[in-house]
Design a protein. Structure first.
Length: 637
């Protein structure tokens, strides 16, 4: 294998050419890094041609590349040729060349030379400059390579190697400096492994071996940082005729201490990173297991609830009023029924809070039809969000004939229609402040005046309002009148979302399933168990209304014999596939990604496509949400 010999500032170094191109320059990313100030960062390059010859090409350097005293741009060079960059001389040799026998340009350091003498300090600047590569790459391998170069440049005329513990625990040479062949480990002495083995313990010390026969003088230095030995530094003389002086041994030991600190820091960083990744993996796994256990617990709780209600001789809680048209066996709905029993016959306004689809109108109807007002008046309902102000006033209060163009007869308003009974105003948080003021007067006075009318009329009604907004927040923002809020919020009933009462899902599914079979005239249709598992795992942003529509949909799409996961809507079908994947292969990564994708879809659906709001719900930045959507193939637009 060919190599390049570099003579620079009294040092001689050998660089094996492993590839077909060798870069030379002052930058640490070059194959051969020079210290001469006249060398450019990327000075020149040696390129092997198809016929195995070599071409030297100058890379538009500042001070030029010289062959036989002449500056060149590109020239063919032979083995044995020398070229010069500043004061550095570089020679190209073949594998068969005897160039490795050349002595270092600096005479051997004598025993009488003190450590602080100028000749002992030759190469210190160059040696420390080598750490630029380690600082740039910041990898364990870069630190090993830099360390052997550091020691080799610090003490001219030596070869350097570092051994660290391999996978089997034994020493393994991993970094080399100034070795000639393509297999530098083969050039190490036969006692290398056994000597390094002895030095891997905590109490080991430097071993110095004098030259013996063909084996040059060598030194083994354990690289210890605190009580941990991270490796062994091996240094041998390039010349078989020169021993190490005591001063040089001390210099190598001190260099080893510097190297040990760097390697110890690298090992600590690698260990810390591995522990961090392991911890993150454990957290992800634990989160997946927790969700799996919660899903199984929900399923078992729901099935037990269904069995308990169906068991003979067992009856549910006894209530004062009839709530048979409201399905809810879980603790959340039981608390709602308990509150209804207390306030049904009280002449006070009731505010029902809950997400869309939770059944707010069902609760309002239960308040009316279970009360003594059911025999005195009607139940009148209106969705406030569905009417503009111009129609809203006439709908609530009515109008007289001739009040405006098209009013060809008197019309009774909703308040008048609810006289003696109950008026239910859904989405009360959507009405304008102008209408809020008019509504407040009706509630305070109990009087209405139709549009165009001159007489007021007393009405006796019970007011029940509902909203999916936090009206207290609307009051703080100035969007809802505080006095009206206090008037309608005498008794508050908060309905739990379906994801908060998953124990009711089997009962609800059974009810809607039987209802759909009757409506669609489909007899003897069975449901696969995986369908119920998917429904228990899904979060139902649309609540009971979404569940009802889902059941109707899967019955309509069934083959008339059995409802399977394939008939579910895409979001539930995905959940069913994740459940199947988790049960069969246990591939946690796929399950977690599937859940993450589903959460993103749910958040976007819940915020009606508002990416900023969806990111806020998910605890992400908008950019983070966009990247995840691109990753999962979801359109970010």
């Amino acid at each position: 294998m060919p190599f390049v010999v570099v003579e620079e500032r009294g040092n001689t170094s050998h660089y094996t050419i492993a590839g077909s191109e060798v870069s030379v320059g002052r930058a640490p990313n070059n194959n051969i890094m020079l210290m001469d100030e006249k060398a450019s960062r990327n000075h020149c390059v040696l390129v092997q041609q198809p016929d195995r010859s070599w071409v030297l090409r100058d890379l538009k350097s500042r001070n030029g590349t010289y062959v036989r005293g002449e500056p060149i741009l590109e020239v063919r060079v032979q083995y044995g040729d020398t070229f010069q960059i500043g004061n550095a001389r570089l020679s190209l040799y073949s594998e068969e060349s005897s160039a490795f026998e050349t002595k270092n340009a600096i005479d051997p350091i004598m025993d009488t030379v003190a450590p602080a003498a100028p000749r002992e300090a030759v190469g210190v600047n160059e040696a420390f400059a080598g750490f630029a590569k380690a600082a740039t790459e910041d990898t364990y391998k870069a630190i090993l390579d830099t360390t052997v170069q550091f020691v080799g440049r610090l003490l001219p005329g030596v070869r350097v190697a570092i051994a660290t513990a391999g996978e089997d625990g034994g020493p393994k040479p991993v970094a080399f400096f100034n070795f000639i062949s393509g297999s530098p480990a083969a050039e190490l002495p036969g006692t290398f492994t056994s000597t390094c083995n002895k030095l891997m313990g905590q109490r080991s010390r430097t071993v110095t071996k004098p030259r013996a026969g063909d084996q040059p003088a060598c030194i083994y230095v354990p690289l210890k940082c605190a009580e941990r030995v991270s490796g062994v530094l091996y240094v041998e003389r390039e010349s078989r005729d020169v021993e190490f002086s005591q001063t040089q041994v001390q210099l190598i030991e001190n260099a080893g201490n510097v190297a040990a600190v760097l390697l110890g820091a690298a090992v600590s960083r690698a260990t810390e990173e591995a522990l961090r990744e392991k911890l993150q993996s454990f957290e992800t796994e634990m989160d997946g297991l927790r969700k799996e256990l919660e899903s199984k617990l929900d399923l078992q709780t729901a099935e037990l609830t269904a069995l308990r209600l169906e068991a003979e001789g067992r009856e549910g809680p006894t209530w004062q009023h009839d709530y048979s048209n409201i399905i809810g066996a879980g603790t959340g709905m039981q608390e709602v029924f308990r509150m209804l029993d207390k306030v049904t016959d009280l002449p006070v306004p009731v505010l029902i809070l809950g997400e869309p689809g939770t059944g707010k109108e069902l609760i309002a109807r239960a308040l009316h039809f279970n009360s003594n007002r059911a025999s005195k008046g009607r139940f009148v309902a209106e969705n406030c969000a569905a009417l503009p102000d111009t129609l809203f006033e006439s709908e609530l209060f009515g109008y007289t004939k001739g009040a405006f163009t098209g009013a060809d007869r008197d019309k009774q308003g909703l308040f008048a229609m609810a006289d003696g009974g109950t008026i239910f105003l859904d989405e009360i948080g959507e009405i304008s402040q102008a209408m809020q003021a008019k509504l407040l007067r009706v509630i305070e006075e109990g009087e209405i005046r139709p549009i165009g009318g001159k007489q007021t009329r007393k009405v006796d009604f019970r007011l029940v309002c509902a909203t999916n907004k936090e009206l207290s927040d609307q009051v703080r923002k100035g969007l809802f009148r505080q006095d009206l809020f206090f008037r309608i919020n005498v008794v508050t009933i908060r309905l739990p979302s379906l994801r908060e009462r998953k124990e009711d899902i089997p009962v609800l599914v059974d009810h809607f399933f039987k209802q759909a079979l009757r409506d669609q005239n489909v007899p003897n249709l069975k449901m696969d168990r995986g369908v119920l598992r998917a429904m228990l795992s899904y979060n139902w942003p649309g609540n009971v209304r979404e569940l009802e529509n889902e059941v109707k949909r899967m019955v309509a799409l069934s083959d008339g014999k059995k409802v399977e996961a394939a008939q579910l809507s895409p979001q539930l079908r995905q959940v069913a596939e994740e459940e199947s994947l988790a049960g069969e292969s246990g591939n946690l990564k796929d399950v977690v990604e599937g859940i993450e994708k589903r959460k993103i879809l749910e958040a976007i659906e819940r915020t009606k496509g508002n990416k900023s709001r969806a990111a806020e719900l998910l605890g992400l930045s908008r950019l983070g949400l966009r990247k995840k959507m691109e990753r999962y193939g979801l359109s970010p637009d």
